[in-house]
Design a protein around this ligand. Structure first.
Ligand SMILES: C[S@@+](CC[C@H](N)C(=O)[O-])C[C@H]1O[C@@H](n2cnc3c(N)ncnc32)[C@H](O)[C@@H]1O
Length: 637
């Protein structure tokens, strides 16, 4: 059946990569929910909690912090409000917008000291007050000057739209409460000064920081077993321990891994030699850091990069009770219950088994804490150092960096030869936070540079993408993509689409709208002037409005590519629907996947039922499947 190539252009809202501006990926706009969203989640959490349970601890219209602050007295009040049913009923109908939690963003993981539960709103508030207090002018400070002050003093705050909105909102609240005085003008115009002191919080104690923000770190520590692949360990070391120069000396890491296995510190659970997955032995909740420094770094890398991060509610409960001895046990448990439900409603966590406070939970977003966050006692901050010029591990460009909060490990520095040390950034320099890492690959005889970020699944290159890139590159005779219409779903960084475009395909790379800026930049950088057809980038959310956005009469593809799109997420049904939508008679679907969870196997079974399938190749734990439409085979039969 002929394919209408012109029609295989993606929907109009996305520009072709050639027209797209090349820029670094932005931090997510949705780092944390707005207060309204939090409120809605708390309401829904309350509603969920209330289902057939004794939910005296779950006030549907309160956030967890307030509820915890007010303690047992208010619980009685909550019960009353729940019994009259009004708020409960109302909360049930409130729609909760799912957001990406603050801890899932790389920049946020630097700003939020998860160890002591700090939250974004608190930070915005205190920065705002500090900015107002910085003005010595009796006539007060204008909102613009205040923003300028914040921008200069806290460049890492990344004053994107959302943060500006939060600051404006905080300002309005302070003016309403009288804690900030508006000396002149209306709204945000005019001038501001510090007003009356805020009243001390109830019971005269500091407001507790959010347990929701702390849970990811607790999950990271409690999750067992802890394991990570060689690739992920290497990535983490490259980003956080640049002094080991692992990028140029992978043999050092391979030897260290081998030794750690020999010593019984690690167990190699899959693969052979260095190319496999390594598990920490006797890790406990706080893996002991001892032995050579590279060994320590490997331990930290495994703990941080271990996926999936899951934890039983029982261990969480025990951990929190043990570490909050001064708080009444029932309050700790109530707070945990409320927080878990809220995180579930917001989509930050999934309950993998059980119900309520039984069973197991897992983080829905990637969370890779830095060594400093993970082991604050071992990796302390040193005082600020002056600005100096240095070479980064990622590129040969010499860059000037403010070494704010630089950490270092003296033991390691001693071991390093002086000559090498001179050219290396200091051990704990936070370059990883300031820009995403770059990975360089070689396919189709071309060097491909991919900008990665650890802030979402889409920001990383997954093993199945590498397997499929290699397979397509080495099987061009069997699968010629030249002048073929190719669609990739869940393209992430776009590496596979780049390879397909270099192989001559007419490629459309698709993914969720919020991750496309990085996809587009990677495609643009690596394909400009190198391909027969300029690849396109388009938004495609699995299962959503497919017939409307991509009508099957118009969008027909020779190939549909998908790599590592099956993992622990809620959209496996939608994914299959999407595959079916695009894999029509005449289309070949190539799906590469690494099996990780039981749900992956269920998907694979449904995949086999939906299509004519065969396994094209197996590369370690990754399988490459080929599928064609069953309708097609009926027609040809
Ligand atoms: C594990 S990553 C794999 C990325 C890339 N294919 C690779 O192998 O490197 C999964 C990708 O699927 C995308 N994704 C997840 N849920 C999606 C959905 N509901 N609709 C569209 N894309 C989705 C993610 O944004 C991410 O890019």
């Amino acid at each position: 059946m002929p394919i209408r190539r012109a029609a295989a252009t993606p929907p109009a809202q996305e520009k072709a990569p050639s027209a797209a501006e090349e820029r670094e990926p932005e931090a997510s706009d949705e780092e944390s929910p707005s207060p309204d969203e939090e409120q809605a989640a708390s309401s829904a959490a309350g509603a969920e909690d209330g289902e057939g349970e004794n939910s005296g601890d779950a006030h549907p219209d309160k956030n967890e912090d307030d509820a915890e602050e007010e303690g047992a007295e208010d619980e009685k009040k909550d019960e009353k409000e729940l019994k009259d049913g009004y708020k409960y009923e109302k909360s049930k109908t409130k729609k909760v917008k799912r957001t990406i939690p603050a801890w899932a963003s790389v920049t946020a993981s630097k700003n939020i000291p998860v160890t002591n539960y700090a939250g974004t709103q608190c930070r915005v508030d205190s920065v705002l007050i500090e900015a107002i207090m910085s003005s010595k002018d009796k006539a007060g400070i204008s909102f613009q000057s205040l923003m300028k002050y914040i921008l200069k003093k806290y460049p890492n705050m990344e004053l994107d739209k959302k943060k500006k909105f939060l600051i404006k909102k905080a300002m309005k609240k302070h003016v309403e409460k009288g804690t900030v005085k508006q000396l002149k003008g209306k709204g945000l115009s005019g001038r501001f000064a510090i007003g009356k002191k805020p009243p001390p919080s109830k019971k005269g104690r500091q407001k507790q920081e959010s347990l929701g923000d702390a849970l990811p770190l607790i999950f990271t520590r409690l999750c067992e077993p802890k394991e990570a692949s060689y690739t992920l360990i290497k990535k983490y070391l490259k980003q956080h321990f640049p002094n080991f120069n692992i990028e140029n000396r992978p043999d050092v890491l391979k030897t260290a891994l081998g030794k750690a296995v020999e010593k019984g510190h690690l167990e190699q659970v899959t693969g052979k030699g260095a190319q496999g997955t390594f598990q920490l032995k006797h890790s406990g909740k706080d893996a002991q850091l001892k032995g050579s420094t590279l060994e320590d770094a490997i331990t930290v890398a495994i703990v941080a990069m271990n996926e999936p991060k899951t934890c039983s509610a029982t261990s969480l409960r025990k951990y929190l009770i043990d570490s909050n001895k001064d708080v009444k046990e029932h309050l700790v448990v109530a707070n945990l219950k409320r927080t878990l439900t809220k995180c579930k409603v917001l989509g930050w966590m999934k309950q993998l088994t059980g119900h309520g406070l039984s069973g197991t939970y897992g983080l829905s977003f990637p969370y890779y804490p830095s060594p400093k966050i993970l082991y604050p006692d071992n990796f302390k901050e040193l005082p600020k150092k002056p600005t100096r010029r240095r070479h980064t591990a990622d590129s040969s460009d010499e860059e000037e960096e403010e070494e704010d909060g630089v950490e270092e490990n003296k033991k390691t520095e001693k071991e390093e030869p002086a000559a090498e040390k001179q050219h290396k950034p200091s051990l704990w320099s936070p370059c990883f936070y300031s820009r995403a890492g770059k990975e360089v690959y070689s396919y189709v005889g071309e060097k491909i540079t991919i900008n990665e970020g650890l802030d979402s699944y889409a920001g990383m290159i997954w093993p199945a993408a590498l397997a499929l890139c290699h397979y397509l590159d080495t099987h061009q005779d069997r699968w010629s993509l030249v002048d073929k219409a190719v669609l990739e779903i869940g393209a992430g960084t776009g590496l596979l689409s780049i390879v397909a475009a270099l192989l001559g395909g007419w490629v459309t790379a698709t993914d969720l709208p919020e991750v496309l800026s990085n996809t587009r930049a990677n495609l643009s950088r690596n394909t400009r002037g190198r391909c027969r057809h300029t690849p396109q980038v388009a938004a495609l959310t699995w299962g959503q409005d497919l017939e409307h956005t991509y009508p099957s009469s118009v969008y027909r593809y020779d190939y549909v590519l998908a790599a590592d799109v099956v993992y622990h997420h809620d959209f496996l049904d939608e994914l299959l629907v999407t595959m079916k939508h695009f894999c029509r008679p005449g289309t070949t679907l190539l799906w590469a996947n690494k099996v990780r969870f039981g749900s992956d196997l269920v998907f694979t079974e449904n995949f086999h039922k939906a299509f004519n399938t065969s396994v094209l190749a197996e590369d370690g734990e990754v399988k490459i499947f080929m599928a064609t439409s069953r309708e097609g085979s009926k027609e040809t039969d």
